[in-house]
Design a binder for this molecule. Structure first.
Ligand SMILES: Cc1ncc(COP(=O)(O)O)c(C=O)c1O
Length: 354
């Protein structure tokens, strides 16, 4: 691979080399944001974002439990306390009214998730953030390429965090990034990713080694050339699933928000109580037939019983999120998924639910 040879000959395999620089600039252009800093993965990017909040105080971070564990872990690892509030059961995203009720004198931030790449109510969250003077950060791990009213979702909030893990719509095998709008925050993020070094002899804040290598950045630059094709392949499968499954009794499929461009990161369906079978029976049946369906996100991140989370979290009513976690089944969706397999999967689903 010529790119690999070029990296090798440059003698700069990591530490903000030219591929990383170019990748950050391309992402900033694509997301229409001022600054992007890359990381080894989305989890390190979340740790960095929460470590670079303007406040030095540790406090409460209001968040959703209907997410991947990394969202919650990042709050614990950075010394804050998660406050779990409920979701809107139709969009699967954090409920803005529930956030407002949970705000306390200890609240230092809101960490919302664009769940499955479905954009949060960014306008209401922005208004809430301004009114209470509390920053909103987005875990945008699922939201690469997602737009709302023609704007990239990465433009919203004080920081947005992406994951480029191999399972994501856009991947660098492993990788992540933070989009932000201020050069001060960008510099803090860069220092955090590099042990806290400000220059060769100065370290004034705690850091990690969380830098993206040149190899992963080069992979990202190559993948950027194929993103439209990948999105089109996924859209075809999503449209087919919707057309075949949305009329089945007891199956809820989230509708696309108006005026949005989605990336079909995941295709969740929810098996409600009036369906002809239950979620776990269906899961076992499809797995037996070799289909990689997943109960994603189940259980809620506040329900794993992880001691540090149990000790530190404030759990409010999350009954709607818990109900959705018990119902969810994510169907396979990736751009080169064999269409014959999709047709067979749909007919298996219909045989149990129709
Ligand atoms: C919502 C969410 N946040 C954070 C992460 C963590 O990203 P990474 O796997 O790149 O560390 C993931 C990964 O799957 C995720 O789904």
């Amino acid at each position: 691979m010529p790119l690999l040879e070029d990296i090798w000959h440059s003698k700069m395999l990591t530490n903000n080399g030219k591929y990383n620089g170019k990748f950050c600039r391309e992402l900033a252009k694509l997301w229409d944001v001022e600054h992007v800093v890359t990381f080894t993965n989305g989890t390190q990017a979340l740790l960095a974002a929460l470590s670079c909040l303007a406040t030095k105080e540790k406090g409460e971070i209001i968040t959703t439990p209907f997410t991947f564990i990394a969202t919650t872990n990042s709050i614990i690892w950075t010394g804050h306390k998660p406050v779990f509030v409920d979701i809107n059961p139709t969009t699967l995203n954090i409920d803005v009214d529930a956030i407002e009720r949970a705000i306390s004198s200890e609240t230092v931030a809101i960490l919302a998730v664009h769940c499955y790449g479905n954009p949060c109510d960014v306008v209401a969250l922005n208004e809430l953030s301004l009114r209470h003077n509390i920053p909103v950060l987005y875990d945008a791990a699922h939201a690469f390429g997602v737009e709302l009213a023609g704007e990239s979702v990465f433009r919203f909030g004080s920081m947005s965090v992406a994951s480029f893990h191999a399972t994501k719509t856009f991947n660098t095998f492993e990788g992540g990034a933070v989009a932000c709008h201020s050069a001060v925050v960008r510099d803090k993020l860069i220092n955090f990713a590099n042990f806290g070094f400000q220059n060769e002899t100065t370290i004034s804040s705690l850091g990690l080694n969380a830098k993206m290598s040149e190899f992963n950045a080069a992979l990202g630059l190559v993948q950027l050339q194929h993103i439209d094709k990948m999105l089109a392949g996924k859209q075809y499968i999503a449209d087919y699933y919707v057309s075949e499954l949305s009329k089945l009794e007891g199956v809820f499929i989230p509708t696309e928000p108006n005026n949005s461009r989605l990336n079909y990161s995941y295709f969740p369906i929810f098996i409600e109580p009036n369906a002809k079978t239950d979620r776990d029976t269906l899961y076992g049946f499809l797995r037996e037939h070799g289909y990689m369906v997943r109960r994603y996100f189940y259980p809620l991140t506040c329900d794993f019983g992880i001691p540090e989370i149990e000790e530190r979290a404030r759990k409010l009513d999350v009954s709607k999120a818990r109900k959705r976690a018990d119902e969810v089944l994510c169907l396979p969706i990736y751009s080169d998924l064999d269409v014959e397999a999709v047709y067979e999967l749909v007919s298996l689903l219909k045989s149990k639910l129709g």
